[in-house]
Design a protein around this ligand. Sequence first.
Ligand code: ZN
Length: 155
Amino acid sequence: MALRKIVLKNDEILRKRCKPVEKFDEKLGILLDDMAETMYKANGVGLAGPQIGVLRRIAVIDVGEGLLELINPEIIKSKGTQRDVEGCLSCPNEWGYVVRPNEIVVKGQDRTGKHIQLKLKDFFARAVCHELDHLDGKLFIDIADEMVDPNDLKE
Ligand code: ZN
């Protein structure tokens, strides 16, 4: 496994729309392993392809319930709303309130290409929505309704 460099917010690569993954090969497995390692090392809860310069529809997420690898993910149902503070490994020291669905059903594939479908809620749902936005070139700072001073979060 290897650490990948995390792309920061002014890089154009974060603004591009990602292409679907078509090959479920060994190279994809290595990429996913690297993404997980990079995310854990940076103390993140999610990392999407563009954040390491890979324009493919791929993300890793771990909100404390184990590692979830999502390939070609799509939200097929969403319910309710929640508003809470988000950050992003590509936007260091920036925090802001974002409204997200409270519950989602996401479908996608695992690293072998097998189709998966998951029902998620609360923070897990938020993290998945955040990572899926990256795959369409969107950042949370685009949709945050209020930015937060990091000093206010430390109280
Ligand atoms: Zn992010």
